[in-house]
Design a protein around this ligand. Sequence first.
Ligand code: NAP
Ligand code: MG
Length: 407
Amino acid sequence: MALKNKINVKNTIVELDGDEMTRIMWEMTKEKLLTPYLDMDLEYYDLHIKHRDETEDQVTRAAAEAIQKHGIGVKCATITATQERVKEYDLKQETKSPNATIRSILDGTVFRAPIMVENIIPANRNWKKPIIIGRHAYGDVYANQEIRVSGPGRTELTFIPDDGSQPVTKVIHQFKGPGIVQGIHNTDASIRSFAAACFAYGYDRKVDVWFSAKDTISKTYDTNFKNIFEAEYESNWKAKYDAANLSFFYTLIDDVVARIMKTEGGVLWACKNYDGDVMSDMLASAYGSLALMTSVLVSPQGFFMYEAAHGTVQKHYYKHLKGEKTSTNPMAILFAWTGCLKKRGELDGTPDVSDFAAKLEEAALETIENGTMTGDLVKISTQGESAKAVFMEEFFDAVKARLESKL
Ligand code: NAP
Ligand code: MG
């Protein structure tokens, strides 16, 4: 059934198409679950690896600029080129990671949140709601300099101001034998925009924000993170948070690691770069499956780009190319679309659009909760063997049938 009077999505959504199995699921999501019911104005950018290559990646930059113009985008997973991919797709060059390119244009932070279903229980039974991780994706050990110290000698840290004023030097260590030394940095501007993105997203999702560092030990470096978060909160967010009955909480990283185990979830945990790298993988695994992990890029100006956290599911795609049916899970892609539609509906003041997105999410969750799911979930579901592993198309059709019963 297609709706006679389709629901009108008022303003433009920027659509970024992608690669391999996710491209197949993308098309199917639109064809089966969106276009029969919605009248959407989609501004389409094809980020297929071949097209990025042909346009010297101009298409990726144009898509990011379109998100700045329209405020909201939704992105399919894309291949990050490697030498192997250059051969496989006969590319001219090894283009940069599209996600890195978009993130640098939007100056955004990536937030990951698990999709929770009743029959997939998190490894930690206290967690009843999602824990969202916001990872600062700039600097620290990811942009470091390291030296292997060969033997006795002095290592120093020096700052030489451009204005010609007196350099600052500190001795790191007087080595008596071989060892290692490392230099890392961050900037106030990047930390501030990270803090702003965290507060914007926490406010959007109506969850408390926790930020953790180790300021008791790192009295300048981590204390600077703490101070910037507190200043950003006080000047730009406290009044809004108070009004919405939300809060901001700073504590030591080890304290958060202990507390997070006891909470029921429903918080945004803002992490420094390394902490976020490690903790996001731990949470993804503890909540169940990469295919149930959503991801959204939020810019400090409040632009949003929704996507799945997983990649292009390459191995399934090769099966698909051989004509085999696969049991690939489209949940994270579906939720990227519903996340974007809910936001569009909210910004446009069109509750029927947000309402449609909510019904689609309900239909998908209920499908799994009633025992129809893809193979990756059957393995971890509490229903065990009694749950039915279906092929991807069948899963889509089951969700569609449920959705129609709600419209
Ligand atoms: P992946 O696509 O995330 O898949 C890794 C494995 O996880 C799959 O082989 C599959 O396991 C399982 N899996 C992931 N998503 C699934 C889903 N929706 N349904 C069922 N199973 C799922 O990672 P990858 O294979 O390492 O990377 C493939 C390509 O994706 C790479 O070219 C990489 O550059 C790109 N990538 C893109 C993004 C992005 O655009 N945001 C992110 C990460 C990676 P089984 O094979 O055991 O079934
Ligand atoms: Mg990691």
